[in-house]
Structure formats: structure tokens, C-alpha cells
Write a protein that binds this ligand. Structure first.
Ligand code: PGA
Length: 250
């Protein structure tokens, strides 16, 4: 049985003060949560978030990192710096990084390899745009992003990778994929993991759904056989909306 893994991607929201207060409330409300939980505040608030989460089982995540360990890379943040702050996981290949900042699969793959080499967990995001979906290309797009993102990753290291299926047309739009539609793509991703690795790797792979997840649709999505969790954006910014998703029970 795969565990459920709910992650909150705070994107470019929350000051240091706001982070401390939300992290503290979540730490309290999710104290007895039986699912794996991660929150990813912005870089500037990671240090205070780490302190606020001390002694809890909520994992601290970052939203991105450099593909290089260190050096002359103005404005970038290294895996070493993240680890130093107590970060345990990193979201890579988010569609906002791919689309707004032009990140390509090979660049994302370098980050995945670097994060894993340094012992972090990775949430690798894949997903098709509206145009790709309308052209019926979604299966090919997510299969290709999965293959390229995981290139050179051993089956052992794969155990620290979660895949987040986030259809771009569902992110921040209020339009979530239906449970059935999302589950079908999750099955495609799982089949790709089987092809690239093994049946055991496919069975173990945690695949989150992301895109307008909210308390009202969490149950429909999270009870699907291939949906093992959620990567939550907007609804992760308030305890009133994140906690009910995180505390989801069948
Ligand atoms: P959303 O964002 O929940 O606001 O749609 C999800 C994400 O981009 O990770």
C-alpha cells in the first residue's frame, strides 16, 4: 500500500512573519495527521519555517534550486544552502518554472540528480498545457517529461522521488481535472515508470495530483487508485483550506 503524501507549494507568498504563524498553526492542527505532509515556503522564509516545524513530522521543502552546487550563479540557491537550513525535499520542474522561466527537461534532470546526490527528496512535476490536451498529446507529454526528468536516476534513488501530475490548465484556474481524468494520466505515468524501471518501482511510485485541489474536491481525487496525494497551491496558503486536505480520510 502506498502512503498518501500531501504537499503545500506556497509559491511567491508569505513573509517571514506570515510563514511562522501559518507553520505553527499547521504544526498544531496536523499533529496527529497520518499522511506524509510537506510545506514549501519561499526561500526567504525557509529558516524560520524550519524552526517552527522542529519536533513535528511536517517535512520542509523548497520550491526550486540551482542545477549547480556552488559558484558564480547570481540569484541562484544551492542544494548545500537548502540542506544547511534543514530542507528535506525540493519541488522541481514546476510548470511555472518550465513556462515562465524556460526550464527544459535536461536542465530539470540535472537538478533532480543533484538533489538526490545530496540526499534530498524530490517532487518532480509533469503536466500538459491546454493546447497539448486539446491536441490529445497529454499522454505523450507526461511520458516524455517523466522519462527525461528521471534520466540517469537509479531504481534505488527513485524511492526518494515523487511525481506530481499537474495539468497546466488546472493550476490556479479553479478548474481541476476530474478524479477519473487525473487517474487515467496517473496510470500512464505509472506505466512509464514500469517501462523505465520495473513493476516494483511502478507500484511504489507516489504520484500526486496538483491543480486547483481544495477541500471540496480532495476526496474525489485522493480516493482514485492511482492518485497518492496532492500538490496544493492556492489552498495551501491558509490552514482552513490546507488542513482539511491534509487530514483527508476515506
Ligand atoms: P493550485 O496550484 O493548487 O493553486 O492550482 C498547484 C501548483 O501549482 O502546485
Amino acid at each position: 500500500m502506498r502512503i498518501k503524501y500531501i504537499a503545500g507549494n506556497w509559491k511567491m507568498h508569505k513573509t517571514v512573519t506570515e510563514t511562522v504563524s501559518l507553520a505553527r498553526v499547521l504544526a498544531g492542527e496536523l499533529a496527529s495527521c497520518k499522511h506524509k505532509i510537506m510545506i514549501a515556503p519561499p526561500f526567504t522564509a525557509l529558516a524560520v519555517a524550519a524552526k517552527a516545524l522542529e519536533g513535528t513530522s511536517i517535512l520542509l521543502g523548497a520550491q526550486n534550486m540551482s542545477d549547480q552546487e556552488q559558484g558564480a550563479h547570481t540569484g541562484e540557491v544551492s542544494v548545500l544552502m537548502l540542506k544547511d537550513l534543514g530542507v528535506k525535499a525540493v519541488i522541481l520542474g514546476h510548470s511555472e518554472r518550465r513556462i515562465i522561466y524556460g526550464e527544459k527537461d535536461d536542465f530539470i534532470n540535472r537538478k533532480v540528480k543533484l538533489a538526490l546526490a545530496h540526499g534530498l527528496e524530490v517532487v518532480l512535476c509533469v503536466g500538459e498545457t491546454l493546447q497539448e490536451r486539446e491536441a490529445g498529446k497529454q499522454d505523450g507529454v507526461v511520458s516524455s517529461q517523466t522519462e527525461k526528468g528521471l534520466s540517469g536516476i537509479s531504481e534505488k534513488d527513485l524511492l526518494r522521488v515523487t511525481i506530481a501530475y499537474e495539468p497546466v490548465w488546472a493550476i490556479g484556474t479553479g478548474k481541476n481535472a476530474t478524479g477519473q481524468d487525473a487517474d487515467a494520466i496517473h496510470a500512464v505515468i505509472r506505466a512509464q515508470v514500469k517501462k523505465l524501471y520495473s513493476q516494483a518501482a511502478a507500484d511504489a511510485m507516489i504520484i500526486q495530483y496538483g491543480g486547483s485541489v481544495k477541500p471540496e474536491n480532495a476526496k474525489e481525487l485522493l480516493t482514485m487508485p492511482n492518485i497518492d496525494g496532492a500538490l496544493v497551491g492556492g489552498a495551501a496558503l491558509k490552514a482552513e483550506t490546507f488542513a482539511p486536505i491534509a487530514l483527508f480520510d476515506k
